[in-house]
Design a protein around this ligand. Structure first.
Ligand SMILES: [Zn+2]
Length: 210
């Protein structure tokens, strides 16, 4: 149920699910390619040990006393422009492409040589394609942003309803709730601690349907 959601705090790799004596557990094995890392040869945590902690935490996160706080902290993340670095890179690429295109066009205007003209034309075409890509990337990064607090509240409320039913949920439904909440578990083997985080997706509901 937690496949792909648990990260090993020592080596930052995803824990791998496997079954030992009929029990599902998640394991991280020390790889030879990470020498010098403070990491046991193999560490593992049982799913049935993690689930109660996770469900208790989720229930608390979305209960009446905490839901306002959850909404406002998610609203803060939303307005903080998580992708700022990527966005800036895309904007920079667009600007650079514009400059290059302008330069090629200027150069085109002062030559009569057919081969040179073809060469520049091709360069311009290539740069336009690059610019288009950056534009698409930028659009993808910026859509879904700027959600109002009401919209975030609606998403959180639907998660809260789903979380309430977790105890009785089938494994598939449970997995769906975790996925919708974008649950992430950072497992610290040394201290036997699991650090949990969620970030409800903006689109795609939770619960209902199969
Ligand atoms: Zn590890």
């Amino acid at each position: 149920m937690l496949k792909g959601m648990i990260t090993c705090s020592s080596c930052r790799r995803k824990l791998v699910a496997n079954v030992v004596r009929g029990r599902l557990q998640y394991r991280c094995r020390m790889k030879d390619e990470y020498p010098g890392l403070d990491h046991p040869r193999s560490l593992s945590v049982r799913e049935d040990q993690l689930l109660p902690t996770i469900d208790r935490w989720l229930a608390q996160l979305f209960d009446e006393d905490h839901i306002d706080e959850t909404v406002s902290s998610l609203a803060k993340v939303e307005s903080n422009d998580i992708n700022t670095a990527e966005e800036m890179a895309a904007r920079r690429t667009i600007k650079e492409c514009d400059k290059r295109i302008a330069n090629f066009e200027t150069a085109l205007g002062v030559t009569d040589d057919a081969d040179t003209i073809t060469g520049f034309a091709r360069q311009i075409e290539r740069t336009r394609a690059e610019r288009k890509n950056a534009e698409l990337r930028l659009r993808r990064l910026t859509t879904g942003k700027g959600l109002t607090e009401d919209e975030i509240r609606a998403v959180v409320q639907s998660l809260a309803d789903a979380v309430e039913l977790l105890a009785a949920a089938s494994p598939q439904d449970r997995r769906r709730v975790y996925e919708a909440a974008q649950l992430e578990v950072l497992y610290d083997h040394e201290n036997r601690r699991a650090q949990l985080s969620v970030a409800p997706r903006v689109t795609g509901g939770v619960g209902g349907g199969t």
